[in-house]
Every structure is written in C-alpha cells, then in structure tokens.
Write a protein that binds this ligand. Structure first.
Ligand code: KG4
Ligand code: ZN
Length: 351
C-alpha cells in the first residue's frame, strides 16, 4: 500500500490547518472550509441551473457574472457555518481549470486577491483531480493505488492513481464526454438542463424492449470511450419516431442503458488489465443511480471495492477543492502572485 504523497515529498507542515476552497469552473459557485484536524467544516453551494435553463445549456457570460454576485456572500455564509473568523484561514485553494475561461477567472481573482490580503499561501488546483479525490471526504477511503472512473460534463476517463499527483490515463473519450452526451440527448428530447438528471428521471418510465442502441467501443480493444456515434443514432431514431411521451421515455431508457453498459464494461476491463481491486467513481455522472447499481453488481462479481463521493459531491462543489487544496498546501505548494487559469489542463501532467 502506498502513502498518500510521493515519497520524496513526505513533509510535515503543521502550519496549514484551515483551508478555504473556491469552485467557479462552470455553473455552480461552491465554497468550503477544510480543517486538517476535523475534516470538512462547512460548505455552501449556489447552483445556476435556473439561470441557464431557459437557454438549454450554460451561457458562459451569465455564469461569470453570477459567480461575481454570489462568491462573497457564500464565503461569508460558509465562515459563519464553520464558526470561523476570516483571519483564521491558513490557506486558499481555487479551481484553476479545466472549465469556462471567465467563470474560472472569477474564483481565481477572488481567491488570489484574498490570499494576498490575508498573507496566506494560495494555490490554483486541477478541477478533475479534485473530482477524482472527492471520495476521500467520506468515512471509508481507498488506500492507493486504485482505478478512477471520472465521468463529468467535460471529461470521461479511466486513470490509474498511484498517489497524489500521479495519474496514468488508461483511456478517455475520443469525442463527447458522457455527461455531454446526456446533456445533448436531453436537449434533443426537449428536456430541461442539466440533461443527466432529466434523462434519468424520464428513463424510469421507459420500457427496455422498445429500442436497441449501439454500445460504443465495446467491440474494440483498449479503454477509450466514444459517445458521438450513439448521439447520432439517438437523433435519427428520434427523428423517425412519434414524439409522444412514452417514446421519449423509451429513448431515454435505452440511451442511459447504452452509456451505463459502456462505462461499466470499460471500468471492468481496466480492473482486469491492472489487477487492481479498488475503484473510485467520480464526476457529475457518478450521481446516476442506474450506473451505481450496475457498478455495484460488477464489483460484487469481480470482488472489487467501490468508492463514491456522496451524491452532492459528485457534481461541482467547493468541498473537493478545499480538500485537494489542503493536501497540496500541506506539501508546501503555493502560487506566486500571478493569477493562473486554463480552460484545458491535462491531468497526467501534474506533479
Ligand atoms: O462534474 P460536473 O458537475 O461538471 C463538470 O465538471 O462537467 O458534471 C456535470 C455533468 C452534466 O453533464 C450532467 O448532466 C451530469 O454531470 N449529471 C448526470 C447526473 N447528474 C449530473 N448524468 C447522469 N445522471 C445523473 N444523475
Ligand atoms: Zn466538474
């Protein structure tokens, strides 16, 4: 079993105790405080779903403007919940990307400036790394190494996780991410944004025997994913079908089943290929209950132990940023005064 940190970085910086986490990468303003001794102290989340819903997807400019309005009240609210003065903070972490350029900048500028004003170390952290480690906020946490299945609106990947910062990508989507496919299919069916929960709800009324959609990449070797062909298949099926509620439910059912079958099958292949027996599932799509049920079944069959973040920490949140920020600030990592964000940031290039 490996330690949490790469061996050469095993440090003991006791000065970092309270870390403020700031997440503004997309359409959620998330703020949290993580404490070295007590774990997660408080977190607050403001979702912009109602703001973007009329447009059927996230409008980046509206997202940035709304983050600027919500960030300060949420920080104050979170400090209050944690019963902490702002002067008690020892470090600040903000999501530096990947994400929407303007939205990221709001959290980064706010976090870096507050860190400067308080004279405390401040660090931009990786959005997907934060998702990947969100399950570490739960009571039962996996020892390293393990496999991570990361399924969000922007990413779908399988990674082998050796320890903090050492991620080998085993496979990823060559086109749409799983969450993106849910969102686009929901839009096609005239459902609300975000598409994942809307499809999952409608699929409960769907009948399994009506349609049969392809399971992308299952007949191909390797651990990559592809969802754009499935999206096209769904689109042409819908165009040719009656647009009644039962048909939409049947399509939602079969679409979800095809995505879930693909994710579970490739995750199982990754476990077999590496011989590892621990699997973390994270990102917004990890909130999907059909996916969880099928992964549970696969885990039982293959004697794999599964780890999930609680449902509210599958989608974007401040807690995962505060947690990851603490782990890296503890190592002595901190940014200089430059404010750095990136809309694209490879996970396997981190240190
Ligand atoms: O991780 P996340 O909050 O943001 C990104 O980093 O992208 O993931 C959002 C994605 C969206 O595409 C949303 O439709 C999907 O996660 N999602 C779901 C469910 N809840 C959220 N997909 C399927 N089933 C769900 N229950
Ligand atoms: Zn995310």
């Amino acid at each position: 079993m490996q330690s949490f940190y790469p061996k050469q970085r095993e440090l003991n910086q006791k000065s970092i105790n309270y870390v403020l986490g700031i997440e503004t990468s997309c359409d959620e303003t998330g703020i949290a405080i993580y404490c070295a001794k007590k774990g997660l102290l408080a977190h607050s989340l403001y979702s912009q779903i109602d703001l973007h819903n009329p447009y059927g997807g996230v409008v980046p400019e509206l997202a940035s403007r709304d983050h600027t309005l919500k960030i300060l009240p949420l920080v104050k609210e979170t400090l209050k919940k944690a019963d902490l003065e702002i002067s008690a903070l020892d470090g600040i972490a903000y999501c530096a990307g990947p994400g929407l350029a303007g939205a990221l900048l709001v959290g980064a500028v706010f976090g870096r400036s507050l860190g400067w004003a308080l004279s405390i170390p401040t660090l931009g952290v990786h959005h997907m790394e934060a998702h990947l480690l969100a399950a570490m906020l739960e009571e039962e946490t996996p020892p390293f190494p393990f496999i991570a299945l990361l399924v969000s609106g922007g990413h779908t990947l399988l990674a082998q996780v050796e320890c903090l910062g050492q991620y080998e990508i085993l496979g990823e989507s060559v086109d749409d991410a799983a969450g993106e496919a849910f969102d686009k299919t929901a839009k096609l069916l005239g459902l609300s944004y975000p598409g994942g929960p809307a499809i999952a709800k409608l699929a409960e009324k769907g009948r399994p025997e009506r349609f049969r959609f392809p399971r992308p990449m299952l007949n191909k070797p390797g651990l990559n994913f592809s969802f754009s062909g499935l999206k096209t298949f769904v689109s042409s099926t819908y165009k040719a079908a009656n647009k009644d509620e039962q048909t939409k439910a049947d399509i939602a059912y079969e679409f979800q089943a095809a995505v879930v079958d693909t994710l579970v099958s490739k995750a199982q292949d990754a476990m077999a290929q590496t011989g590892l027996k621990r699997l973390i599932v994270a990102g917004g799509v990890a909130a999907n209950l059909v996916l969880r049920k099928q992964l549970d079944d696969m885990a039982k069959k293959t004697k794999t132990t599964l780890f999930y973040p609680r449902l509210e920490f599958c989608t974007d949140n401040g807690a995962m940023i505060a947690y990851l920020g603490y782990q890296r600030l503890y190592l002595g990592q901190k940014d200089d005064l430059a404010i750095k964000t990136a809309t694209r940031l490879p996970l396997d290039k981190l240190n």
